[in-house]
Design a protein around this ligand. Structure first.
Ligand code: HEC
Ligand code: HEC
Ligand code: HEC
Ligand code: HEC
Ligand code: HEC
Ligand code: HEC
Ligand code: HEC
Ligand code: HEC
Length: 668
């Protein structure tokens, strides 16, 4: 648009000369020169008008060459992001800098984050060498029993923010195999793929073999659903496509999540706006453009469904629906009703919240590790499930866009990277997110009377009590997106940490119940002896399931919690988790441990052999025992440490032996 204004100004100035000349007020030499100038002006104007029609034309890139991986191909009414760029440079550039764009990429110097500099990784049954040859990224896999040794080309990547997975081309056309290692961006470290998840896969006798078997071909049938734009695993081709010899195999309009995933197919919108007059009318009118969907103009529920098509637990309604998807792609389009979609079915956390015709093969949520037993989602990336059960959404107008913004605003002072991390609207990382509707708490007095903490305390941040870190994913705890309030009764019933005890790590459930009773008139439930005498965080750490242990391992390294609870007594608990059965729990425990005093230099290999892990756990305990203690009675009363600084082994071991060690999968 800026370029167009510039061109118009040039046109206007160019026009001024000849017009003035012809009008006879100026003498510009002979009549012939004036005529030539007029002709020149006419020629230039025609050129510019023609350019105005043409330069906005779609810059669609069709991939015709790749035969060893899925391809990108605008199809139907989809045109691809290149077609939007000239008319919407700001939207394009903010999207370009978002992690949505880089979710799925063709492997290249620009996209690959992992170290392929002749790196050797040795696992239990598998040896991997990662190296480069010219522009290619290669992985040599050396497997024992069944013995095979083969070099594969890395052709695609998944993820770019926290971690990156890699896809290998196989002899089967366009079927991809996963590299059984992934790369952690912040740690600059390769880890086995099975170690990156709370999933019983890591407990298997031969996890690497399980990964290779389980993930063969999965990109095309699973990941493509949420990691690409309008993907189809076995596409039915339209006429134009079927004439092209390379058009078979899995396709997406675009890898990554691009414009049309959120705005709907754009062909018609691009076509009508080729007309500059319509374009200016539309631009100046500030009215909805009915040829494209703007989620911000949709009602709050429809707008959230745009995000819910990917940020939710989703099943196919029937086998027939699944087949339709494989051939033609999803039928849902932004602006439509996701809950009435013939293919996608949004899972809910409790049977009573679902219609009776739920898909036959959908697991009972009560047995699905992705939900807490009361139906709250506990798995990352499924925020829409949380929103659906949030009162502010049900009885108010909350949507994902209440807090998030998919294009950074032009007046947002933050660096682009800062915005891209979580894509929050400016100011929405604090209480403003809630105060935009709950205005009564804008009053400082009213706020502290509600929170019972000083106004500037972390205990007065709405998020910390109403959206605590109780979902798990990407090897960290993430804020729950279902707004609810701290409750001891719920903690007892579900095992979900309540916000008070997740920050006050040294306090018991009884302590919290008492405060909630006196501050908020919430009746205190009856509690067993352990809940009265042992800090709740310790019960979850030693007795909890793998998901609870992961959340606690994270909380023991959370700055806000350490500030509220001290940081000198958690080490023995994290030391215990260094020997957890689940790789991901051990990994998080190590990361938190290194944030405690005296452990910065602690060395440990979370995927080392079991005896080494047990030894490291002992070493960590000893390191802690040897740290200088300020005063003998310095330990909080409920953390199972006596006045001499010794662990109360009886209780400690009793709880650990009784932990909930059922196999558990949180399906990120
Ligand atoms: C139902 C939709 C859905 C499916 C299916 C899905 N994902 Fe994801 N994935 C997400 C969402 C949403 C996120 C973002 C989560 C977050 O940031 O908390 C994500 C994040 C990730 C990340 C981290 C990205 C980063 O930049 O750090 C990786 C890696 C990943 N997914 C891998 C996979 C793989 C591999 C598959 C297929 C086996 C898959 N996902 C299937 C929705 C999905
Ligand atoms: C992940 C979803 C998503 C993607 C991908 C996306 N947008 Fe948007 N877009 C939105 C939402 C939501 C809004 C509403 C305002 C906001 O959140 O920034 C919006 C607003 C807009 C607007 C209206 C003007 C404005 O900024 O409010 C334009 C134009 C637009 N997007 C163009 C694009 C283009 C072009 C692309 C690709 C280059 C793109 N969008 C990619 C979600 C998306
Ligand atoms: C030829 C120019 C042109 C192209 C190409 C174009 N748009 Fe637009 N678009 C416009 C104009 C003009 C408007 C009206 C508002 C404005 O000027 O910002 C608009 C508005 C929008 C809006 C806001 C609609 C509303 O009701 O608020 C979205 C979203 C949008 N475009 C997305 C896209 C996407 C996605 C693409 C690529 C598929 C695209 N546009 C390509 C010219 C174009
Ligand atoms: C086509 C699927 C899809 C759609 C539609 C979609 N997302 Fe995402 N979103 C993803 C995936 C996959 C990721 C993981 C990308 C990453 O972080 O690398 C993600 C990441 C995010 C992130 C985290 C970014 C980061 O890495 O910090 C936010 C926030 C987010 N999405 C919000 C939204 C909102 C709000 C909408 C709706 C306007 C939306 N998304 C629409 C799939 C989608
Ligand atoms: C009340 C405000 C609010 C609403 C509404 C909201 N979010 Fe968020 N969201 C946040 C905050 C705050 C964070 C950062 C959390 C953190 O620091 O862990 C976040 C983080 C995220 C992340 C990144 C998580 C991670 O750390 O990897 C995703 C993805 C996301 N939100 C998606 C959504 C989607 C999709 C919706 C709508 C269904 C939504 N959010 C609604 C406030 C909100
Ligand atoms: C878009 C507006 C909106 C936003 C943003 C919003 N709320 Fe709400 N909230 C509501 C409405 C409306 C209700 C229902 C009030 C009623 O029924 O009386 C509600 C209800 C609640 C309740 C009461 C739940 C119950 O069971 O009665 C809590 C707690 C709450 N909100 C906390 C928050 C917090 C914390 C935030 C920020 C993270 C927030 N809200 C953001 C609109 C909003
Ligand atoms: C120290 C923890 C804590 C903080 C911080 C906190 N709340 Fe609450 N909030 C609670 C508890 C506990 C309840 C009571 C729930 C009940 O009655 O079951 C509650 C109830 C509510 C309710 C419903 C009842 C009412 O009083 O209207 C709303 C709305 C609410 N909070 C909004 C907010 C907002 C907005 C913020 C930030 C400005 C905030 N809360 C900060 C703990 C907190
Ligand atoms: C994110 C951290 C955080 C959360 C969540 C939190 N607090 Fe606090 N709390 C603090 C901090 C820090 C202090 C120290 C004084 C201050 O900053 O106000 C404190 C002080 C207190 C005190 C007074 C000092 C003491 O130890 O006796 C009580 C009582 C208390 N909190 C109870 C609660 C209850 C009950 C909840 C849940 C409704 C809660 N807190 C939630 C951080 C938190």
């Amino acid at each position: 648009m800026i370029l167009e204004l510039f061109l118009c100004t040039v046109l206007f100035c160019a026009a001024l000369g000849p017009i003035l000349a012809l009008s006879g007020r100026f003498r510009l030499g002979t009549r012939r020169t004036a005529g030539a100038i007029a002709a020149l002006w006419l020629g230039v104007s025609i050129l510019i008008v023609a350019a105005a029609f043409l330069w906005t034309g779609p810059a669609v890139t069709r991939e015709a060459f790749a035969t060893n991986r899925p391809i990108q191909r605008p199809t139907g009414n989809y045109v691809g992001s290149g077609a939007c760029r000239n008319c919407h440079p700001h939207n394009h550039s903010t999207w370009h800098d978002s992690y949505h764009r880089t979710m799925t990429q063709v492997a290249s110097d620009e996209s690959v984050i992992g170290d392929f500099n002749n790196v050797e990784l040795t696992g239990k049954d598998l040896h991997v060498r990662l190296f480069r040859q010219g522009k290619q990224f290669l992985a040599e896999l050396d497997m024992r029993n069944p013995d095979f040794s083969e070099t594969y080309q890395v052709v695609m990547t998944t993820g770019s923010h926290n971690r990156q997975a890699y896809w290998l081309s196989t002899s089967k056309a366009r079927e991809l195999m996963i590299l059984p290692y992934m790369y952690l961006k912040a740690d600059k470290k390769w880890i086995p793929r099975h170690s990156g998840y709370i999933n019983p896969m890591c407990l298997q006798e031969r996890p690497e073999l399980a990964v290779l078997k389980g993930d063969f071909g999965r990109w095309s049938t699973v990941c493509i659903k949420c990691h690409a734009t309008h993907g189809r695993s076995e596409p039915l081709l339209d006429q134009a496509e079927s004439r092209s010899p390379n058009a078979t195999g899995t396709q997406a309009v675009e890898f990554g999540i691009s414009c049309e995933a959120c705005h709907g197919p754009g062909a018609e919108h691009v076509r009508v706006n080729q007309d500059p007059l319509r374009r200016y009318r539309q631009h100046l009118a500030d009215e909805p453009d009915l040829t494209i969907v703007n989620p911000a103009r949709l009602p709050h529920d429809r707008s959230s469904e745009v995000c819910g098509q990917c940020h939710a637990v989703i099943f196919h309604r029937t086998d027939e629906a699944e087949k339709n998807w494989r051939q033609k792609g999803y039928t849902y389009r932004p602006g439509g009703n996701l809950h009435a979609d013939p293919i996608q079915f949004i899972m809910r956390g409790r049977l009573d919240l679902m219609p009776p015709d739920r898909p036959r093969d959908a697991p009972n949520p009560a047995e699905d590790g992705s939900f807490w037993s009361d139906g709250m989602i506990r798995c990352s990336g499924r925020e829409y499930n949380g929103l659906l059960d949030t009162p502010c959404f049900q009885r108010g107008k909350m949507s994902c866009l209440s807090c998030h913004q998919m294009h950074q605003a032009k007046d947002d002072p933050r660096k682009r990277k800062e915005w891209a991390d979580d894509q929050l609207k400016f100011g929405m990382e604090g209480n403003r997110a809630c105060l935009q509707c709950h205005e009564q708490f804008k009053n400082a007095d009213r706020l502290t009377r509600h929170t019972h903490h000083a106004g500037d305390s972390t205990g007065s941040l709405c998020y910390n009590c109403h959206m605590p870190f109780t979902t798990y994913g990407i090897m960290k705890a993430i804020r729950s997106h279902q707004i609810d309030s701290p409750s001891v009764k719920t903690s007892l019933a579900t095992g979900r940490p309540n916000a008070c005890n997740q920050c006050h790590l040294d306090k018991t459930l009884a302590w919290t119940a008492q405060r909630l009773a006196s501050w908020y008139k919430i009746p205190a439930p009856k509690l067993a002896k352990d809940e009265q005498q042992i800090a709740a965080s310790i019960l979850w750490t030693l007795r909890g399931d793998a998901g609870q242990r992961a959340l606690m391992a994270w909380s023991f390294g959370w700055d806000d919690a350490l500030a509220a609870s001290g940081n000198h007594w958690q080490a023995p608990y994290l030391a215990q988790l260094l020997d957890d059965r689940y790789d991901a729990v051990r990994y998080i425990a190590e990361r938190s441990l290194k944030r405690l005093p005296g452990f910065r230099e602690f060395t440990y290999n979370f995927v080392g052999p079991p005896d080494q892990r047990a030894a490291a756990s002992q070493r960590a305990r000893q390191t802690w025992a040897d740290l200088p203690k300020s005063a003998p009675q310095d330990f909080p009363p409920h953390v199972l440490i006596d006045k001499q600084g010794r662990i109360r082994e009886g209780d400690f071991q009793r709880l650990w032996k009784n932990r909930d060690d059922r196999p558990m999968a949180i399906n990120e």
